[in-house]
Design a protein around this ligand. Structure first.
Ligand code: HDE
Length: 664
């Protein structure tokens, strides 16, 4: 498939799929790549074996430092198109020209784990998108949660040190369930709201295409007249947001550590893109102080019921990378990469990020020319007087590299804002130099309570259990600290439940927040539901006729479902290959299960898979002649979400579409 990715990559591709001689990096054809040059067959290797030396030296230098946070990531190419011109708000060309397809590259990530950690830890997900616009790269470097752990960037190193594996023994990997994290958040209660998100189902997304994305900070949009509006950026997944259960997540991480990335990769290979709509929340400059919180505070969200999200465009992620290292590992995002028409607010977290990202790329990518790496290079021409440095790939012609110059007619020359040159928004600022936080940032608990108020019954239960799990992993002293300093200021019922579960006395004094507002948009029950990309594990016994299987396959595929036949070993029934076994897959990897067993009794692994699917509230279907399966199961056809697919196929589909059978 040719697309924007090929345009980006073609310049630097070495196509190893084509027939070509093996050469050294100097282009010298190599005749021997199996044996190094030795003094005699049993003698020492000779220094003069330049091919051996070059091969080994390059190998020795193959690794670069992983990202200090967001180390484990997965990148996908695609394109973005705005629905209608947003010229009322911004002069950014990619937001004002419907029909223009802007190439994008999105990297999803987990935050705390190392590059080789699992896909579904309880963690925030990074959601960073690079728009390759004709006015330069715009990076929207967001997360799947709309708020953050802190209000000032100076606290970021402390926070990251606390959430990462503990420094003395490097445990636990990719988990917040440990002492230093809970010590930090209990002592720094501005994190209360974000902790609620982290303990919610949002932290264990079922799929990378089933989670929201948020720019988090308040940015500015500036139009051609120089008028500015405050804006928050959102990504809304077309298939809705859906999560796995915590028990399920832990099992998935064992059965398939690559669960999220593999699903996305395979769907894209099948031609099924991941689609997200871009949403904007906009506040007029005159309304800056009309909310009951400070809009510069990144621990606060703008309730969608108060400031509606306007859907303005769509991102279609539809091409996998050619090479993980070259693209996904080397991509360098920076929230400071903006285009004319997009500007910053004074959010102190955003301000600090504007420093950190370039700084980190300098060490990670080894010098100041990382913008020349193909995945980072703008698609529009770029030129300036910056020169030399490690890894310089460009040959800058000409005698001058200074501004202002006479010798080269002052080229390259700054453009005026009218001609397209970037102009910083003329915000008036004055104040004393001070190391303090505004009083308007001091309410830490109202929105934490609002989040809780907004959850459905099962979401709330999951959150209660997540707190109990995490604090249950901490020392007694830390459990007490978290319950007294954090939970007790959010909600009494939550405090008592968790205290009871982790063996701590609930504080005698109740300090819970009395904030009674809720925001329905925060509940995942109010999302889109779709059969797109949903999977069905079809458990098959050997005596099942080919026709029955073909029929099931056809019916499921017609609905956009992805069936996979599972049996005790790999074999064929007629034309159909049963290509998964109880050894290679498991119920936790599917959205639903169907049993087509004929009259045979269920073997033990089938029983185990069905019991787990039932426990995880997944839709279960069976054929009429398989009704005897219930003899060996702890549930029956009368339970919710257990359906005879010959009698009620639509009912089964509705349960799959509903994601989980919460009534069970
Ligand atoms: Fe980041 N963050 N961050 N962050 N962040 C990095 O940059 C940092 C924050 C986010 O897929 C690092 O290239 C500071 C908020 C994503 O490559 C580093 C602060 C949000 C990614 C860094 C924050 C993010 C990063 C590590 C507090 C959501 C992965 C490697 C002031 C809006 C991008 C790198 C990718 C990565 C610093 C807070 C999102 C060290 C100092 C808030 C999605 O520069």
């Amino acid at each position: 498939m040719s697309g924007k990715k090929d345009e980006l990559n073609q310049r630097d591709t070495i196509d190893n799929t084509k027939k070509a001689p093996l050469t050294t990096n100097q282009g010298l054809p190599v005749s021997e790549d199996e044996f190094s040059l030795k003094a005699g067959e049993r003698g020492p290797t000779l220094m003069e074996d330049f091919h051996f030396r070059e091969k080994m030296t390059h190998f020795d230098h193959e690794r670069i430092p992983e990202r200090v946070v967001h180390a484990r990531g997965f990148g996908v190419h695609g394109e973005f198109e705005v629905y209608e011109s947003l010229e009322q708000y911004t002069k950014a060309k990619f937001l004002t020209e419907p029909g223009r397809k802007t190439p994008v590259f999105t990297r999803f990530s987990t935050v705390a784990g190392s590059r080789g950690s699992m896909d579904i830890p309880r963690d925030v997900r990074g959601f960073a998108t690079k728009f390759y616009t004709d006015e330069g790269n715009f990076d929207l470097v967001g997360n799947n949660m709309p708020v953050f752990f802190m209000q000032d960037a100076i606290k970021f190193p402390d926070f990251v040190h606390a959430v990462k594996p503990e420094p003395h023994n490097e445990m636990p990997q990719a988990a917040s369930a440990h002492n230093t994290f809970w010590d930090y958040v209990s002592m720094n209660t501005e994190s209360a709201h974000m902790v609620m998100w982290l303990m919610s189902d949002r932290a264990i997304p079922k799929s990378l295409s089933m989670m929201e994305g948020f720019g988090v900070h308040t940015f500015r949009l500036v139009n051609a007249e120089g008028k500015s509006h405050f804006v928050k950026f959102h990504w809304k997944p077309k298939d809705g947001m859906h999560s796995v259960l915590w028990d399920e997540a832990q099992m998935i991480n064992g059965k398939n550590i690559d669960f999220n990335r593999q699903t996305l990769w395979e769907n894209i290979e099948k031609g099924i893109p991941a689609e997200f709509e871009l949403g904007l929340q906009i506040i007029d400059e005159n309304d800056e102080f009309k909310m009951d919180f400070d809009i510069l505070d990144p621990t606060k969200l703008w309730p969608e019921e108060d400031v509606p999200v306007q859907i303005v465009g769509k991102m279609t992620l539809n091409q996998n990378v050619d090479n993980y290292f070259a693209e996904t590992e080397q991509v360098a995002f920076h929230p400071g990469s903006v285009v004319p028409g997009i500007d910053f607010s004074n959010d102190p977290l955003l301000q600090g990020r504007l420093f950190s990202y370039t700084d980190t790329q300098l060490i990670r990518l080894g010098g100041p020319n990382f913008h020349q790496i193909p995945i980072n290079r703008p698609v529009c021409p770029f030129s300036n007087n910056q020169r030399d440095g490690y890894g310089q790939m460009s040959i800058h012609k000409g005698q001058t590299a200074h501004h202002i110059n006479h010798m080269n007619d002052n080229q390259p020359e700054p453009l005026s804002p009218k001609e397209g040159g970037y102009e910083h928004y003329h915000e008036k600022v004055e104040g004393r130099k001070i190391q303090a936080r505004s009083d308007s940032f001091k309410d830490h608990f109202s929105q934490a309570k609002m989040f809780l108020n907004s959850l459905s019954k099962h979401e709330k239960q999951h959150l209660y259990d997540a707190f109990s799990f995490e604090l249950g992993k901490c020392d007694m002293e830390i459990r007490e600290l978290a319950i007294n300093n954090l939970l007790n200021f959010i909600d009494r019922d939550l405090t008592e439940y968790v205290a009871d579960h982790v063996g701590v006395a609930a504080p005698s004094e109740n300090n819970e927040s009395t904030y009674d507002k809720s925001s329905p948009a925060l509940s995942m029950t109010n999302t889109n539901f779709s059969l797109n990309t949903r999977t069905v594990g079809v458990i098959v016994m050997p005596d099942v006729p080919e026709e029955t299987l073909k029929d099931a396959q056809e019916k499921l595929e017609q609905q956009g479902l992805q069936p996979m036949f599972i049996s005790d070993k790999i074999y064929r029934i007629g034309d159909i290959t049963l290509d998964a076994t109880f050894d290679t897959v498991h119920a936790v990897l599917f959205d639903s299960l169907i049993v087509i067993s004929g009259q045979q009794p269920l073997p033990a692994p089938a029983v185990e898979n069905l019991e787990i699917a039932f426990k995880h509230k997944k839709a279960i279907g069976f054929g009429t002649d398989s009704a005897n399966i219930f003899d060996s199961l702890s549930f029956s056809e009368n339970d919710d979400g257990v359906t005879d697919i010959e009698q009620n196929f639509d009912g089964f589909l509705a349960d799959v579409k509903g994601h989980r059978v919460w009534s069970r």
